[in-house]
Design a protein around this ligand. Structure first.
Ligand code: ATP
Ligand code: MG
Length: 344
């Protein structure tokens, strides 16, 4: 079992990152260990430069992201935790796979369409080729399980397509006729609930670090007052909560808040509505706020202890990077070789 996933240090991680991805990093690091496998979690700093950014902020966000992940339970003694920039094999592998990825495949990526908007010509080349780097990230380590939110499912499918085409084009069968694929096809590991937490300002767009409005998301490092304020101001409709799940259809904001409550408490949506159905948001929002504050309290406390020890945070990344470089080497070498590239 090889678990591989990444998160961009593009800002403060939020509730969507937590419920969609980070809780599964923590769960899978233990499962991988129990199965004698490995778990790799990386900060996707090479992805982060695909959009305009401030270098000093990127440096700070990178360290804060390490502190937040550790505060959430990612344990550097169980997980190989590192940043891409210290493992050149990610960038090398992307270039090697650029020969296999097709323009048409990338053109169909909804994240590219969403992030580029109407101004495609003005976007960086990196934003367009982003999914090839993502394929490189997971194929380099022969990932079997990739814990991600729903929004990354399409990129994972692309990684599988790239792996499959490379295996077909460059990996001749063994002498006995059996297949000799170089790349393992990675499987997405997407939580059944909470795979897509929506913005607090607009129930039709996902909660994102890159949303310009702070009020659109709950950051994992928000204090209790901020959390309560954001929940209180969250967009809703004027109707009370329904008592059955079907009543949430067509009510994107209500559905999102109930979904968050359900994910945080472990109750099903049906149970949440059985308890809170008939309540207006004036009553439900404070209840949700409380649950959020209780979830974030230990994360906040741990984050505050960790965040200023830059030496310790950098040491975690350096140690993880050394391990990652070693693990990635055999596949990188085999990829160069399969392509017929001559190296010393
Ligand atoms: P950005 O806006 O810079 O792209 P992001 O909030 O989308 O930031 P990423 O670093 O791109 O965060 O994604 C990290 C992980 O969090 C991915 O596995 C992604 O699928 C997951 N994720 C991101 N947003 C959500 C969300 N709203 N709900 C559930 N999972 C999410
Ligand atoms: Mg994203």
């Amino acid at each position: 079992m090889r678990v591989v996933s990444g998160i961009q240090p593009t800002g403060k991680p939020h509730l969507g990152n937590y419920l969609g991805a980070i809780v599964n990093y923590v769960k899978l690091q233990d499962e991988a260990q129990a199965a004698g496998g490995e778990c790799f979690i990386f900060l996707a700093d090479l992805h982060a430069i695909s959009q305009p950014h401030d270098p000093a902020e990127l440096t700070q966000n990178t360290r804060e992201m390490v502190a937040t992940l550790v505060a959430c339970g990612v344990d550097p003694s169980k997980t190989i935790l590192f940043n891409q920039a210290q493992v050149p094999a990610h960038a090398e592998m992307q270039w090697l796979l650029n020969g296999t990825a097709r323009m048409g495949w990338l053109n169909r990526m909804t994240q590219w369409k969403d992030k580029a908007g109407k101004n495609r010509e003005g976007q960086s080349v990196a934003l367009f080729t982003y999914p090839v780097l993502q394929a490189a990230d997971v194929l380099l380590y022969q990932a079997t399980h990739v814990p991600v939110g729903e929004d990354q499912k399409q990129h994972l499918e692309l990684a599988r397509d790239i792996a499959q085409k490379f295996n077909t084009d460059f990996c001749p069968p063994n002498e006995d006729g059996s297949d000799a694929p170089l790349f393992t096809l990675p499987e997405p590991y997407i939580p059944p609930a909470a795979a897509r937490i929506m913005s607090l300002r607009d129930g039709t767009s996902k909660m994102s670090k890159s949303d310009p409005s702070e009020m659109s998301r709950i950051s994992l490092t928000d204090d209790a007052d901020t959390v309560m304020k954001k929940v209180k101001k969250a967009k809703t409709d004027p109707e009370p909560l329904p008592s059955e799940e079907a009543g949430l259809e067509g009510r994107a904001e209500a559905k999102n808040l109930v979904g968050i409550y359900s994910a945080l408490t472990g109750q099903s949506v049906g149970q949440v509505l059985a308890e809170h159905g008939g309540q207006g948001f004036g009553a439900f929002k404070p209840a949700l706020g409380e649950v959020l504050v209780e979830t974030l309290r230990p994360i906040n406390e741990r984050f505050m202890e960790l965040k200023d020890d830059l030496e310790a945070l950098d040491a975690i990344l350096a140690r993880g990077a050394a391990q990652a470089r070693e693990h990635g080497l055999p596949t990188l070498d085999a990829t160069y070789k399969a392509l017929g590239l001559v190296r010393g």
